[in-house]
Design a protein around this ligand. Structure first.
Ligand SMILES: *[C@@H]1O[C@H](CO)[C@@H](O)[C@H](O)[C@H]1NC(C)=O
Ligand SMILES: *[C@@H]1O[C@H](CO)[C@@H](O)[C@H](O)[C@H]1NC(C)=O
Ligand SMILES: *[C@@H]1O[C@H](CO)[C@@H](O)[C@H](O)[C@H]1NC(C)=O
Length: 690
């Protein structure tokens, strides 16, 4: 048996008893907290499960909701439940390895994943015996992703991770030998880390500086508290004017940690003690329009953090995925029970709008698994809480969304100027093509005063094309074709000027391949824009990604007070055939960038008239030119990918790029040549500021 296959799960999964209930009649009183009694089962276990997979060949017999106990798991803490449990999304789980001998190479979670996967609220209990071989999580590769609210007690390693990119928020490791073992990456952002009584906090395999040798490329850590741990960060090789291990440390509180940063069997790079590290970096630092790097192992610029982005202790604010554990099933309303079909064909516009009109603020709106076809704007009033079931889909299509010169909103989160709660989790927004005039999600709502993060998305994604029901699959949109019927949306998400937003684990994906075709064939689907933010903030984009839109993946236009990290983008594989912005056109109405014969590929990020923006970990990738990849060897699939105008104030930490000549441009002139920053397969710039 391979070490990697040892997924053992002996935890308590869900509470047991079943209780009958019926969904209540129409709303009489606003929700005012949960009414579940202590010991009541979790609402999701007992709510009526009438969700379907609309485009499954046999939706009436395919089971969507599966309680592991129905598949033979016992949850009694004794029986081996391994075979009964299988997951993409793992939540609310305690995994206890302590019944396994300390010498056994036992792994709590083998988590080798890509985007749109989620791991939240998980605890792994392990041996605390000296020299034990337990391991909380093992991830050797993948292209992630977000995980959060995870706790590891004991073990040889809390987590051992290798992946292109990841955002980890709210990680706690107690009493492990090594809290985080880094195998390889292009970039990880850790936000909110607590380490107690370990031997080493971060133990990083470094030294890969060429395309063929990949190690930990960059690690950006903010808001950590490390206690009684001899070494906070240890790299395997020294970084002497070479990269191979870019580090950014911000607001790191050390209590009895003698070495802050050191080299294994080598020198101390930064002494520790009982102290706070405000802003420290290792790697190449750039400023303004100078392309000359300054290799630094020392203090780096500390971006001033707008107070609206911080919690009461001065850390970047975080809000966990709402799970409504204290709510009783009677506090939810099912959209299917209210007449929505969710079958992917029936027009559910009116039925869904009616549910919001009647129940917003009075019930949590439960979208039973299904695909809800809408043909006009759905307006979600401020004050609404929505939860899907294993990614319920809202699919916009029809004549309202055909005109890119007069785009229409599909899903509107809050009326313009509105203030209130808006929690949307576990949903997918999509279109049935063609829909070149669809503004898929217009985000207008703003947090009420004193309620940070009240308006947000958790594990909610935009998915365009590449799935049954979208009309934009391999048969209609084969790779290399330019079919007007394969235009999927005008823009994925538009944050308007009056909005605030907390987005955690949101992926805006124009499909590059067909998920539902057997061979995952590549496809050419065209979306105009990824994410446009004109918001004055506060905006938190935590573990978000945007891929394959024609003009840009992110456009910050008149944006302010944004926290962004780790952010990941990919340029469309078809470009420059046709050249950007085709088959869309640029318009000043939406503050679009302009294009030319030399600037003819999508921007990863375009920043204009934007202030107080903190980019803390980014990966902007360009892997193709018209589907060919030879340009990767010469780092010129694309010339420029990240442009900042002459006035915006943005501080950039830990930026990795792939396949791009200039990693960063100012006013359309390339500034940072990738050749300065080779750091494995990717190039990494440790800091850029004005
Ligand atoms: C990921 O890692 C596994 C186990 O080491 C390996 O079998 C697989 O080929 C890897 N996949 C990629 C895409 O690197
Ligand atoms: C961090 O995670 C713990 C559970 O692991 C949770 O109790 C706490 O509220 C989380 N904190 C934040 C800021 O998300
Ligand atoms: C980037 O730097 C390399 C090495 O100095 C140089 O050969 C190359 O021409 C530069 N690229 C551009 C576009 O200036």
């Amino acid at each position: 048996m391979g070490l990697f296959a040892a997924l053992l799960c002996l935890g308590t999964v869900l509470s047991s008893s079943l209780r009958a209930f019926s969904l209540g009649s129409s709303c009489s009183a606003p929700l005012n907290g949960g009414t579940a009694a202590p010991g009541d089962p979790y609402w999701l276990e007992i709510i009526q499960h009438q969700g379907t997979s609309a485009f499954n060949p046999n939706p009436s017999s395919y089971q969507v909701f599966r309680n592991v106990k129905d598949f033979g798991a016992t949850g009694n803490g004794v029986t081996d439940d391994t075979a009964a449990i299988n997951y993409r999304s793992v939540r609310n789980l305690i995994i206890d390895l302590r019944q396994i001998p300390a010498s056994t190479n036992a792994i709590g979670l083998h988590w080798q994943v890509s985007q749109a996967t989620s791991l939240i609220n998980v605890v792994v209990e392990m041996s605390t015996a000296s020299g034990n071989n337990h391991q909380g999580m093992f991830m050797e590769n993948g292209s992630g992703g977000f995980m959060g609210d995870i706790v590891f007690n004991g073990g040889k390693y809390g987590i051992q991770v290798g992946n292109q990119q990841f955002t980890v928020r709210n990680l706690t490791v107690n009493n492990a030998n090594i809290a985080v073992s880094g195998i390889w990456n292009w970039g990880f952002t850790f936000q909110g880390v607590t380490i107690n009584s370990c031997q080493v906090g971060f133990d990083l395999t470094t030294g890969g500086t060429s395309q063929s040798t990949q190690s930990v490329g960059s690690e950006a850590i903010i808001d950590a508290v490390v206690t009684n741990t001899p070494i906070f960060v240890r790299t395997s090789t020294a970084s002497n004017g070479q990269l191979g291990g870019s580090l950014v440390l911000n607001n790191i509180i050390l209590n009895n940690v003698p070495t802050a940063v050191g080299v294994n069997n080598g020198p101390t790079v930064l002494a520790g003690g009982t102290t706070t590290i405000a802003s420290w970096g290792q790697g190449n630092v750039f400023s303004g329009t100078s392309g000359t790097p300054t290799f630094t192992q020392g203090n780096i610029v500390s971006a001033s953090k707008p107070s609206s982005l911080l919690d009461s202790s001065g850390r970047i604010f975080g809000k966990s995925h709402p799970q409504y554990a204290n709510y009783a099933p009677s506090q939810f309303i099912s959209v299917k029970s209210q007449g929505a079909a969710g079958d992917g064909h029936t027009d559910d516009t009116a039925a869904i709008q009616n549910v919001f009109n009647q129940y917003s603020g009075c019930r949590i709106i439960f979208f039973d698994a299904g695909t809800y076809y809408i043909t006009n704007t759905i307006s979600i009033p401020a004050g609404t809480q929505i939860v899907g079931e294993a990614w319920s889909v809202i699919l916009a299509g029809g004549s309202a969304f055909q005109n890119q010169n007069s785009p229409q909103v599909a899903v509107q989160a809050g009326a313009a100027g509105s203030t209130g709660l808006m929690e949307i989790s576990d949903m997918i927004f999509s279109t049935a093509g063609p829909a070149p005039g669809a503004i898929l999600l217009e985000w207008n709502v703003h947090d009420p005063s004193g309620q940070q993060g009240a308006a947000g998305l958790w594990d909610t994604h935009i998915r365009l094309g590449g799935a049954a029901g979208t009309n934009m699959q391999a048969s209609q949109c084969p790779a290399g074709s330019v079919n007007a019927n394969c235009q999927a949306a005008f823009v994925g998400i538009h944050l308007t000027s009056g909005s605030s937003a907390y987005f955690e684990g949101t992926w805006v994906w124009t499909a590059d391949h067909d998920l539902d075709a057997g061979n995952s064939a590549q496809i050419s689907v065209f979306t105009g824009r990824g994410v446009l933010s004109q918001s004055a903030g506060p905006v938190w984009l935590i573990g978000t990604a945007s891929e394959h839109a024609a003009l840009y993946q992110y456009n910050l236009a008149g944006a302010q007070n944004h926290w962004i990290g780790f952010v990941q983008t990919e340029t469309p594989y078809y470009q420059p055939v046709p050249p950007a912005p085709a088959p869309y056109s640029s318009t000043s109405v939406y503050s679009d960038p302009s294009f030319s014969s030399s600037v003819n590929m999508a921007w990863g990020m375009w920043v204009q008239n934007s202030y107080s923006i903190i980019l803390f970990g980014a990966g902007f990738y360009s892997f193709f030119q018209n589907y060919a990849q030879s340009c990767l060897n010469t780092w010129n699939c694309q010339s420029q990918i990240f442009n900042i105008d002459s006035v915006s104030t943005i501080t950039v930490y830990s930026l990795s790029t792939v396949g791009v000549t200039y990693q960063l441009s100012v006013s359309l002139t390339g500034v940072v040549n990738e050749s300065s920053n080779q750091d494995g397969f990717q190039e990494t710039l440790t800091v850029w500021s004005r």
